[in-house]
Design a protein around this ligand. Structure first.
Ligand code: CDP
Ligand code: CDP
Length: 227
């Protein structure tokens, strides 16, 4: 069977990037983390000393900057105007402002156009918030991956503890995740929601391997295995 596209959407900490990367690896597909693109714009806005409220300046800056995504064995490297920002875009300072930047319509239009272009060649596993509803509405397989807020906060907490970057308590992390869920679900343009034809997977009590195996099983039954 020819290459096809997989859209994985869901809230923060549901496991989208981990699972999308592993599924792409198993199928020999390319993984695209669209959240990293919104984070890259947020990084550049901060570098230039702009506030997310300065919308027209933010939009002009986003139109001038160059974002490159380079697929690697570990996932994806992100460059802004030639600077490797892969790590820098994961800091709390970026996480705190990214949803505000992502609610600006002109920024979404710009990034969505780039994402649609990436999906044209097929063989893409793309994760985000609006992939199945807006970016690749014709994706052959759509997954809406979720988990309870407490489980998602716990996962993020463990992740930060093991990388030695834990500056928040578990409660603060849960509040931050709930705040971002709220912003992402209630924004006017392309809010986070399950596409009508997306398969809902609640991963609260599932391991990473269980989720990956289930998605690979769906690939086989829905589109014939991918290769
Ligand atoms: O990794 P995490 O789930 O924390 O977030 P992310 O996927 O890196 O996305 C960061 C933020 O970008 C989200 O909270 C959304 O506000 C925004 N985003 C979006 O609006 N649309 C997308 N397709 C991807 C991310
Ligand atoms: O991309 P998203 O924000 O949806 O989540 P992620 O960054 O892929 O996953 C957040 C954390 O949860 C990572 O440390 C994963 O290893 C972990 N995880 C887990 O423990 N069990 C799962 N079923 C999925 C993810």
């Amino acid at each position: 069977m020819d290459k096809f596209n997989i859209a994985i959407d869901g809230p923060a900490g549901a496991g989208k990037s981990t699972i999308a990367r592993l599924v792409a690896g198993a199928l020999g597909f390319v993984y695209v983390d669209t959240g990293a693109m919104y984070r890259a714009v947020t990084w550049k806005v901060q570098q230039e000393g702009l506030s997310p409220d300065q919308e027209s300046e933010v939009i002009a800056l986003a139109n001038r900057m160059r974002i490159e995504l380079v697929p690697t064995a570990e996932g994806q490297q992100v460059y802004v105007d030639g600077v490797d920002v892969t790590k820098a875009i994961r800091t709390i300072a970026i996480t705190d402002h990214v949803s505000q930047i992502a609610s600006i319509g002109a920024i979404r239009e710009l990034l969505v156009a780039m994402q649609k272009q990436m999906a044209v060649s097929k063989g893409i596993v793309m994760d985000g918030r609006d992939i199945g509803t807006h970016v690749i509405p014709d994706a052959e397989l759509k997954i809406f991956l979720t988990a309870s807020v407490s489980e998602r906060a716990e996962r993020r907490f463990k992740e930060m503890q093991s990388s030695g970057t834990c500056t928040m308590t578990l409660e603060e992390l849960a509040q931050d995740i709930a705040r971002r869920d709220q912003l992402d679900q209630n924004r006017e343009i392309s809010p986070l929601r399950r596409a009508d034809d997306a398969i809902l997977m609640d991963s609260t009590s599932m391991t990473i391997n269980e989720v990956v195996d289930e998605i690979l099983g769906l690939c086989k039954s829905k589109v014939g295995g991918g290769k």
